[in-house]
Design a protein around this ligand. Structure first.
Ligand SMILES: Cc1ncc(COP(=O)(O)O)c(C=O)c1O
Length: 423
């Protein structure tokens, strides 16, 4: 393999020319990755790493079917969506078939951030409301509009919370305000949202949207209690707002039993807007917002057209179609259930042996391990989590520590292709 620079030179050039706020994995000893296949990545010396860190290479790195689809379409045509083309409509049709019927209108973008930004525009245009309720520790993207609704980010920086943003407590029954010993955490957490709405109304403000990941990922691998989203949706809609489900990280069958994580919350829960990205293109930048006809028509009635130079182009759509095919043909949802279940079982056995493990939670291949210094107080074991990820790296397993206290080991990023690990 022809390498342009030695690892040291690459690092030096990166330090010189790439913005210092662009963080690198394993900063104390970064890895130079030169190629990848399936669930493995390889460094410049040919060392193989098991990749549990990428949340994008959903069907496995460089899947031949995906690569082939991209090459074939690139040879033929790439242009914007102002021309009629089969790929974009075929993809929209197939995507909508995975969603509840009322979610039938797609807008294509190039990243999850763009998708969430557009979702906010749709929500605000719908009834002319402005305010957004978001969950504590949430991350929804890097655009200005999204940093504003991402406590995970704005709490770290110097950005103050904007007056049109309301932060609801994260519905975390392990570490949150109402825990598993509470009589009714579902209602208690949903009532917090209701209170926020009432308070906003008292101040003459109007709610445009509630936004949440269907399961909070970076914010600590949190699975909301059953029925929480239904109650929240009821309160938000009564206030004239819409429910935005951010599936950028947790969609496309990662949870196994369902294609979308919001479906885990029951058939009676259907968001008004769903955003998606990351796994959608398996590394190729393609993302999407899906909404109802009613919301799409309200957006159109503003008279402002939506145009995105690259969104939904024939190549991106071909890639996304190939990803859907692979998920289906290789039964990756079944795989997420089987491998995820097996991994969770093993981790629970480890929990019985190691006091450092406070909680193991997850579904399918969305799994978090909450490390604690003591079980009773659930004090986050942040330094220990760092130690573990560096030790795992020595064993050639790439993991990250995440969550508000950076004490959660996340295996949710594991590619479903890890079925080839043979359980
Ligand atoms: C839940 C969630 N939403 C949105 C985004 C933003 O996506 P992108 O980085 O593609 O802009 C991310 C990225 O990490 C995410 O995790």
């Amino acid at each position: 393999m022809c390498e342009l620079y030695s690892k040291q030179d690459t690092l030096a050039l990166r330090r010189k020319h790439i913005g210092p706020s662009c963080k690198i994995f394993f900063a104390a000893d970064p890895i130079k990755i030169v190629r990848a296949q399936r669930q493995y990545m390889f460094d410049e010396k040919g060392e193989q790493y098991l990749d549990c860190i990428n949340n994008v290479a959903h069907v496995g790195h460089c899947h031949p079917e995906v690569v082939k689809a991209a090459m074939k379409q690139m040879e033929l045509l790439n242009t914007n969506s102002r021309f009629l083309h089969d790929n974009i409509v075929e993809y929209a049709k197939r995507l909508c078939a995975t969603l509840p019927e009322k979610l039938s209108v797609c807008y294509f973008t190039n990243s999850g951030s763009e998708a969430n930004d557009l979702a906010l525009r749709l929500a605000r245009q719908f009834r002319g409301h402005q305010d957004v309720i978001t969950l504590d520790h949430a991350y929804h993207g890097h655009l200005t509009s999204l940093i504003e609704i991402s406590p995970y980010k704005f709490r770290k920086g110097k950005d103050l919370k904007k007056e049109f943003v309301h932060v609801a407590p994260i519905p975390d029954t392990y570490r949150g305000k109402y825990r598993e010993d509470h009589a009714d955490p579902t209602s208690a957490y949903a009532d917090e949202v209701k209170k926020i709405i009432e308070e906003a109304h008292k101040n003459g403000r109007k709610i445009a949207a509630f936004i949440a990941e269907s399961m909070q990922s970076c914010g600590g691998q949190v699975i909301p209690p059953t029925g929480y989203f239904q109650k929240v949706a009821e309160y938000v809609r009564a206030a004239g707002g819409v429910f935005i489900a951010d599936e950028v990280q947790v969609g496309f069958g990662r949870v196994g039993k369902h294609f979308w994580s919001f479906q885990m919350h029951g058939e009676d829960f259907v968001p008004d807007i769903v955003t998606m990205g990351k796994p959608m293109g398996n590394g190729h930048p393609v993302a999407c917002v899906v909404t109802t006809k009613e919301i799409a028509e309200a957006f159109c009635s503003s008279g402002m057209e939506y145009f995105n130079t690259y969104g939904g182009n024939p190549v991106s759509s071909a890639v996304a179609l190939a990803v859907l095919d692979v998920i289906e043909n290789e039964d990756l949802q079944g795989n997420a259930t089987r491998v995820g279940g097996y991994l969770t079982e093993l981790l629970k056995k480890q929990k019985a042996k190691h006091t450092l493990i406070g909680d193991v939670r997850g579904v399918g291949l969305f799994i978090g391990i909450d490390l604690v210094k003591d079980h009773q107080r659930r004090t986050p074991a942040t330094a220990e989590a760092q130690h573990v990820i560096y030790k795992m790296k020595e064993k050639r397993v790439l993991l990250s520590a995440d969550g508000p206290h950076r004490n959660g080991l996340c295996a949710e990023k594991q590619s479903p292709l890890s079925k080839r690990l043979k359980t």
